[in-house]
Design a protein. Sequence first.
Length: 275
Amino acid sequence: MTASRLPTYFISHGGGPWPYMTGAFRSNFAVLEQSLNDMRGELGDKPKAILVVTGHWETPGLAISSGVQPGMVYDYSGFPDYLYHIAYTAPGSPELANRVRQLLGVAGIDATLDPTRGFDHGTFSILKPLYPDEDVPVVQLSLDANLDPALHLAVGRALAPLRDEGVLIVGSGLSYHNLQAMRGTGGYEPSRRFDAWLQETLLHEPSKTRTERLIDWEKAPAARAAHPREDHLIPLMVVVGAAESEPGAITYHQTDFFGGLTASSFRFGQVPEAA
């Protein structure tokens, strides 16, 4: 593993257990899947471990998965029965879980360890195509249920040292997440407008302004139309906080997601020199 500082990523993770599916539904994610393949290539060597901040796990305060061999959380509905028996068998890492808790504690942020938490689809939906050998240890970090942007930016700042320790920090959510509007065409324009704001904010603003805009994200065009509830946006705050002074880049962009939605993923910081 290269000693280079790893970048952080916010990944729009798609829908349900898509990497385990075939046919028409799976084809919606072809561009996303290619972006994950490209991400693996730009990272080069496998990281020592992965910390996933998942939009599918909320707790009072923060929680960290600390089991040795996490199970699965089938947090979706309406899919064929076989998709409730799939498994992503990567190991957990109690060592990393304790390190995350230690770093948060130094910053005055309390967190608890959860040895029973399994991998939810915010985690395995991106890791299955990213690291299909299932051999990189994975720890999940929950969102604080208050969904405060400033708090989660501070969480990222506290966890930034992990990037120099071979740990890949990934925020898993969606740049657009309005499930009701996704069932028709009503999300096409709001997703485009909010995505344009995201790109301007994350790619072109100075770091101080970027942080300020993220804290006030509700002022963005179509903000609440894009995120009636911000659970899938808040993981972005953590990965930006962990690379707050570093440039952003777009790693996935699609304007015809599910027919006409706009969705994007982002990287913060430089790729390792060895890549």
